[in-house]
Design a protein around this ligand. Structure first.
Ligand code: URA
Length: 432
């Protein structure tokens, strides 16, 4: 078998066999397939696509490329959740503690920021001392002790995804349904949960820009999970508008804390509560209505917030995240005032994400270090009325030189109109 022939076959639109996909992944991991050949094949897959059988084979081969975590020692039904990525998406910081406070074990492997989207691991690391790199034993023991652990991809978990992802990130091959589905599902299968809930984002701040593509992606992942014996369900949620008001790591932790204190933005609360309830339903905690009530109760009685505190202290932080000493504040802040008048009819959320990366909240290069205090607080979002000179957003950063470029990008993201747009619910569909 030769990688050249496999690239040529996919380039010409033919279906690849299990052996060919396996030859590619094995060769890529051991260095026999070079980056430029892998990049060519990724682009061929991006353009010619994979059918469901090919996507499912790729997922299984990737899941088997490294270790698998065995969670069977932890009593109860383990439910994992994964978001396809968005702007201001701090849902795991809210949902994880709620679900754990309800007595359902949360063993969560999360990722770092990617392109214009943020990542849970970067957000958690903005809490001083928080360790996201846990051994397999620590990970499992923490779940047994306090009901929750959130860690980054451990050493040898799906090494094929780590390597492929880095290449996709720089070869414009991220937003492909078979590549996203296999990347996410291989990690979920390898990290051992019994059931999987997917938060598939759709809209201008998501990788899938249209509702139809998001449904296709959700169906593909639900079908892969089910074929591999893991009950999988997906909620399609809106990402046309950034979630909440805060974008950037420490800023998002503060907003997640506010949400657990019952003082969070409405859209964030709606999405988090629904996803938490769906996780509880998958964990067989009752009907969806009973699970929704349980979520509200655990937030109102303070037990979900307490669980977030336990999680942060268990994973090395010295202060709980609502202590003023836990998070850094940006040294430079700047106000962006509205140059227009009218209603905000839409927001190009990807540009808001990119502006936060410019301010230091994400990585421009793989090696870039993150400025945890950097980011954006939005004061106006889609549907709001604004007058000239009114505050649109606040920029937070450590370096004044970044302000002008970020401000231009942020202003370019806002689209104004004389008529108020109609707003939709952030929960768009449920697929199981
Ligand atoms: N998240 C992932 O883990 N992989 C993708 O390809 C996209 C989002």
């Amino acid at each position: 078998m030769r990688i050249y022939d496999i690239i040529e076959k996919k380039r010409d639109g033919f279906e690849l066999s299990h052996e060919e996909i396996s030859f590619f992944i094995r060769g890529f991991l051991n260095g026999e397939v070079h980056d430029y050949q892998a990049a060519a094949l990724l682009m061929a897959i991006f353009i010619r696509k994979f059918n469901s059988r090919e996507t499912s084979d790729l997922t299984e081969i990737m899941a088997d490329s490294g270790d698998r975590i065995d969670l069977s020692d932890i009593p109860g039904i383990k439910v994992d959740k994964h978001s396809t990525g968005g702007v201001g998406d701090k849902t795991t910081l809210v949902i994880g503690p709620i679900v754990a406070a309800c007595g359902v074990p949360v063993a969560k492997m999360s990722g770092r920021g990617l392109g214009h989207t943020g990542g849970t691991i970067d957000k958690l690391e903005s809490i001083k001392g928080f360790r996201t790199s846990l051994t397999k034993e620590e990970f499992i023991n923490n779940v047994k002790d306090i009901g929750i652990a959130i860690a980054g991809q451990t050493g040898n978990l799906v090494p094929a995804d780590k390597k492929l992802y880095a290449l996709r990130d720089v070869t414009a091959t991220v937003n492909s349904i078979p590549l996203i589905a296999s990347s996410i599902m291989s990690k979920k299968i390898a990290s051992g949960a019994d059931k999987i809930l997917l938060d598939v984002k759709t809209g201008s701040g998501a990788f899938m820009k249209t509702f139809d593509d998001s449904v296709k992606l959700a169906r593909e992942m639900v079908s892969i999970g089910s074929h591999m014996g893991r009950k999988t369900a997906a909620v399609i949620t809106d990402m046309d508008i950034p979630l909440g008001f805060a974008i950037g790591n420490a800023l998002e932790v503060k907003e997640a804390v506010a949400t657990l204190q019952g003082k969070g933005p409405k859209d964030l609360e709606v999405v988090c509560f629904e996803l938490a309830a769906r996780m509880l339903e998958l964990a067989e905690q009752g009907t969806i209505e009973q699970c929704r009530s349980l979520v509200v109760k655990k937030v109102q009685d303070g037990s979900a917030l307490k669980k977030l505190g336990e999680l942060t202290l268990k994973q090395g932080a010295v202060y709980v995240p609502w202590d003023v000493k836990a998070l850094d504040n940006a040294v430079v802040t700047d106000k962006v005032l509205s140059p227009f008048e009218g209603y905000i009819s839409s927001i190009q959320s990807e540009l808001i994400g990119k502006a936060s990366v410019i301010l230091g909240a994400g990585r421009e290069f793989k090696e870039s270090t993150i400025d945890y205090s950097a980011g954006i607080i939005l004061h106006k979002k889609t549907g709001d009325r604004v007058i000239k000179g009114e505050l649109l957003a606040e920029l937070h950063t450590s370096s004044r030189e970044k302000l002008a470029e970020a401000r231009d990008m942020l202003l370019g993201a806002y689209i104004a109109s004389t008529v108020a747009p109609s707003l939709k619910s952030p929960i768009l569909a449920y697929i199981d």
